[in-house]
Design a protein around this ligand. Sequence first.
Ligand code: ZN
Ligand code: ZN
Length: 279
Amino acid sequence: MRYGGNTTCVEVRADGEIIILDAGSGIRALGLALENEFGSRPIKLSLLITHVHWDHIQGFPFFGPSYDDKNEIRIFGYDGADIGLCEILKRQMATPFFPIALYDLPGKIKIEELEATDFKIGNIRVRARPVNHPSACVGYRVFTSSGSVAFLPDHEPYESLKLHAADAHLLSPEETRKRAAEGRAGLVKFLEGCDVLILDSQYTDAEYQAHVGWGHGSLTSAVSLAVDAGVRKLILFHHDPTHDDAMVDNMIQTARKLAKSGGSLEIDAAREGAELTLT
Ligand SMILES: [Zn+2]
Ligand SMILES: [Zn+2]
């Protein structure tokens, strides 16, 4: 409970914009905090969805600001199932799963399915890039006037393509190696020089060996990606539900040791309510 038990939700405040990254169960507490802060003033925000696995959208029906008609909520994301982002968000609130339909929410909600991977929210440039995770999933990089934040909550290192048995039947070993190398090089370029990288590092290296192909990252691969991309600060993210606080403490220490040879990379783990200020 020190690191928190909610699923993915991160808020970025910059250049007059409120950007929320994913709508996991953590968005409920964020909604309460926003309502508290804004009082009778309208809340205008943009919600970017990386993918529609439950742990990234399931909090949305419990997001207080969508129950007030003075608030404007724009939801951006990509279609993860060939039925449209809007349809997917509607279905999780359809009868009998929830008492209120998405379009009965009083807030001004606009869902914008993205095709472009480079777009703007106000004055903030946002870039998106597909990552290695089951179904359609992207990572975002948000370029604020105080620095850039990359958000890759769910991503398995591309190196896994070489280990993943299912792929071995589909592609030749050379083709698999080539794709893994291209995928990683592209991702290093996407992340180059970013100030904060919030990255999937769900497993220890030992645990990862038993979870190849599950779509999540390991400590060593997370640290090496951050070092190669010249990231300033790495935030370990998507904690495994079976890990307790002591385990996350240990993982931070292990990651810091791994990073020692890689220069000046700072490392911490995501914690509920934690705030980072970019200058
Ligand atoms: Zn996922
Ligand atoms: Zn996830």
